[in-house]
Design a protein around this ligand. Sequence first.
Ligand code: FAD
Length: 397
Amino acid sequence: MPAPSAATPPFDPGDPLGIDDCLDPEDLAVRDTVRAWAADRVLPHIAEWYERGELPGVRELARELGALGALGMSLEGYGCAGASAVSYGLACLELEAADSGIRSLVSVQGSLAMYAIHRYGSEEQKRRWLPAMAAGEIIGCFGLTEPDHGSDPAGMRAHARRDGSDWLLTGRKMWITNGSVAGVAVVWARTDEGVRGFLVPAGAPGFSAPEITHKWSLRASVTSELVLDDVRLPADAVLPEARGLRGPLSCLSHARYGIVWGAMGAARTCFETALRYAGTREQFGRPIGGFQLTQAKLADMALELHKGILLALHLGRRMDAGRLLAEQVSFGKLNNVREAIEICRTARTVLGANGISLEYPVMRHATNLESVLTYEGTVEMHQLVLGKALTGLDAFR
Ligand SMILES: Cc1cc2nc3c(=O)[nH]c(=O)nc-3n(C[C@H](O)[C@H](O)[C@H](O)COP(=O)(O)OP(=O)(O)OC[C@H]3O[C@@H](n4cnc5c(N)ncnc54)[C@H](O)[C@@H]3O)c2cc1C
């Protein structure tokens, strides 16, 4: 191996593999802007929001995120930033380094609600909703999960039937991020023509979105039920280009890509917290970072953190090249969320009793990741996706 040149920077504990060298200046600029915003607007308050189980000022936060270009960031036109998939991923990482709830707000807005309209909507629907959503003036939500149908949305009961030229939409959706603050809900329902997507404006008679409380995860995120009782919608409320479950599933694949990056943000915060703590906390007369067992933990955390970021970058480059497969997104989601939660749990042990305190971000991130592990396809669903891709055998049912 040739010796590194004199110009090679020394080993950096924050970037041990030199991944920053692989990022374009635009990507780095986006990352730094989002990181600075989160440091200013989220980090000083997040523990309090989390403890209260609220996301106060969510509309103002959405407008600020819109001004940053973070909403529908990789979409083209209609006021969207048209950024690269890698830039979008880095933004997700920085937002989730602050809190998974903030990243969830952005993912659902951009990758689920806006993406659905952008990909499957009519020109008129795009013009009506996307610019205001990109600016954060209108928040969107995405209703697929139902009380009795989560991993298997094919069994959904929500249904819409035609009544003259209108549609009448009835059903219940559960665990819907942004639901009660949304100005528009993208709701998936079965019809005589298969599963279709409907744009339901807030305030439509028969539609309500009660908030779900008593959560022990994603506490600084709005999660709601959607209740739809014979909601009358005009003919142009249906997304014309989406037919069948492929529609919502393609949106989920787009959002999962952001999670591949985001999870590494939560992991990075926990790793950095543990590293700092290990350098200052003394037991048996020396910093705990000087004990081999602690160093083994830190080394293993760093391995999985930076392998995960490399994997996310690889998937981002494939997405930018138009070559990213849904199975590859499953690969990333399964690996990175599972490893992120493991990093957070290990960081928790490094902090001892302080690890369970809200004074430190570790337990908050670990409990948030319990939701991230479940939504957008559980661990088991992604194992089954990969199992099917590897063997050619479908083990879902
Ligand atoms: C905070 C939060 C926010 C969310 N936001 C949204 C949102 O905005 N929009 C939305 O539509 N949904 C949302 N969800 C819902 C989420 O996508 C579902 O919870 C998820 O798909 C799992 O569904 P479920 O909870 O019904 O679990 P289930 O599907 O009932 O699964 C329970 C367990 O059984 C396992 N299992 C199921 N089938 C199989 C099988 N064939 N083989 C092996 N194991 C199996 C699962 O992996 C899981 O471990 C959110 C959830 C949370 C927690």
